[in-house]
Design a protein around this ligand. Structure first.
Ligand SMILES: Cc1ncc(COP(=O)(O)O)c(C=O)c1O
Length: 377
């Protein structure tokens, strides 16, 4: 059985998306609110959000992927990594003691779709004259399900490309109406001049990427990902045509997450990385499991991929992050493997994942009886 890591674009979705092509950007913006700006990638959205922030460093959690940091650097900002508490919320005391300079921005991440508390980080940002930015790249459907407010006071970055079968798709909300209008003019102009290029030179290549299951981290797209560009029409078309189904997608993801949680409970050496269950307004991006060390995580990933299961590692920590200064983030990144829970997976696919992970865990426990695979947290 093949279990794709991301939902596939069905002929029906493609046909619906094409019907929306001419008005899709307006529809897509309506999903996020009228002042939203749309982009290809989340890293572009964060770079644009930072243009509206006061001078100063950008505080980013140490457990973070390199692409977000690319966006911060593209905005010409200095990155300062901060420590997280055991529940992955910002360690406010640590920030106060270790990141003395003020201004700039503080980025809070809602990991794997689970809402992180922002009130303390917001007060801290206010005290420091910084702007709080919510990274909701994993929490697009949690916001749609009501788990996070759509009209937050802070700038929020979303990536719908992590939830729907598209290459591109990110949004920025919560910047002032004036700033949004100014930016949108620039973005629309850039979009118009890019439209012919997109259609004539790269349209078919993108369509091919979109139809495949493992498209979103194509290296060429990553390299070019820091300029602020509009998502292609197929991406906005899919979002627009799926907008009535987003709640249903959220329910399917929750169901798949709970099914995995039940099937993988009591397994030796494998735990759920967050040790949390999604409530009715939380939509998980994936099911993150933890094993004891990096070698086991690589081994588990290899075993899953060889069985046709599209698991992945997240995050790839940014180059330049001092893992000696942030050992807990490095350990978490080393030992986490993400299993898909997307709306395209049925119970048979989840059962296959449970069997595969269970078989792997039991075979490793038998082969290496001395190897302790108990987890710290
Ligand atoms: C938490 C988080 N924020 C931001 C980003 C950046 O999104 P994009 O890859 O669309 O630039 C990612 C991408 O992996 C992410 O996981």
């Amino acid at each position: 059985m093949i279990v794709p890591g991301e939902p596939l674009l069905s002929p029906g979705s493609l046909a619906r998306a094409v019907c929306y092509a001419s008005t899709s950007a307006e529809h897509a913006r309506r999903v996020f609110g009228s002042n939203a700006l749309l982009f290809e990638f989340g890293r572009q959205a964060i770079a644009v959000a930072l243009r509206e922030c006061p001078a100063g460093p950008v505080l980013v959690p140490a457990f973070i992927c390199d692409t977000l940091v690319d966006g911060v650097r593209a905005a010409g900002r200095t990155v300062v990594y901060y420590r997280l508490g055991p529940d992955l919320s910002p360690d406010i005391d640590w920030i106060e003691q270790n990141a003395p300079s003020a201004g700039g921005a503080i980025v809070v991440v809602h990991y794997f779709g689970f809402p992180s508390p922002v009130a303390d980080a917001r007060s801290l940002a206010d005290r420091r004259g910084a702007v709080l930015i919510e990274d909701r790249a994993h929490a697009f459907l949690t916001t749609i399900a009501g788990g996070l407010p759509l009209d937050a006071d802070s700038p929020c970055v979303y990536t719908w490309r992590k939830f729907l079968p598209v290459v591109h798709g990110a949004a920025l909300t919560g910047i002032s109406a004036q700033a949004a209008t100014n930016r949108r003019c620039g973005v629309v102009q850039a979009g118009r001049s890019l439209a012919s290029w997109a259609v004539f030179s790269a349209g078919s290549r993108r369509l091919l990427h979109t139809l495949g299951p493992t498209f979103s981290d194509e290296p060429d797209l990553r390299r070019n990902g820091t300029a602020a560009r509009l998502p292609d029409r197929l991406s906005t078309g899919v979002l627009a045509s799926e907008s009535g189904r987003l709640q249903r997608h959220g329910q399917a993801r929750r169901h798949n997450f709970r099914h995995l949680a039940t099937g993988l409970s009591d397994l030796p050496g494998v735990t759920q990385a967050l040790a949390r269950e999604p409530d009715g307004s939380t939509v998980p991006w994936c099911y993150p499991v933890r094993v004891a060390d990096r070698a086991l995580a690589d081994d588990l990933l290899g075993a899953l991929l060889s069985e046709g299961i599209g698991a992945w590692r997240w995050p790839t920590l940014p180059a330049g992050l001092d893992s000696g200064a942030h050992p807990e983030a490095a350990e978490l990144a080393d030992t986490t493997v993400c299993l898909p829970v997307h709306q395209g997976l049925g119970d048979d696919a989840i059962a296959w994942m449970i069997d595969t992970v269970s078989g792997w865990a039991l075979s490793r426990a038998a082969t290496w009886p001395d190897h302790r695979i108990e987890l710290s947290g």
